[in-house]
Design a protein around this ligand. Structure first.
Ligand code: SAM
Length: 148
């Protein structure tokens, strides 16, 4: 499994997800531009001391990321509040990329539409969304449970 961060806005959330990924052995795709200085130097300065242990790929745009993952035959599995499939009903594959959207706006419609699957973490009626890092942890947790 890989975890893709679509143009993250909030460094603390990106740092939390990168730390989790380093600890779990999940590679990260950082799709730029980010809403903050996402250079290695700045990430380290912000306290991400696990950076050296993280398998991190940077992509200058979504188009470049999408071309690379298609070339590798990986499915793009989007976490979205507009998803139709509860994440626990999805059969994950080890080659999947789980992508989370940006904190301020999720992902654009065209990105939403081209994903191979759109998963939701069901929530109580009337509430907007979960924190993005919490979402990533819940869905990766289910994927890892399925793959043991
Ligand atoms: C704070 S939310 C974005 C909210 C944004 N206003 C929107 O309309 O998408 C940031 C990201 O967290 C993930 N997320 C948050 N809650 C979720 C949920 N209940 N199900 C699936 N993904 C969720 C999605 O990837 C989303 O793009």
């Amino acid at each position: 499994m890989r975890l893709a961060l679509y143009q993250p806005d909030i460094p603390q959330n990106a740092g939390t997800m990168m730390r989790m990924a380093a600890c779990l052995g999940v590679a990260v795709d950082l799709i730029e531009p980010a809403g903050f200085d996402a250079s290695d130097r700045n990430l380290r300065r912000a306290g991400l001391d696990y950076l050296a242990r993280l398998d991190l790929a940077r992509h200058v745009s979504f188009a470049r990321f999408d071309a690379a993952r298609r070339a590798e035959g990986r499915r793009l599995v989007l976490a979205t509040t507009r998803g139709a499939v509860p994440y626990w009903d999805f059969a994950f594959r080890p080659t999947d990329i789980l992508m989370v959207g940006r904190e301020s706006a999720g992902v654009p419609d065209e990105v939403h539409d081209l994903a191979d699957a759109r998963l939701v973490v069901p929530m109580r009626e009337g509430l907007r969304s979960l924190n993005v890092a919490v979402t990533a942890a819940m869905i990766l947790g289910e994927a890892r449970r399925q793959m043991r």
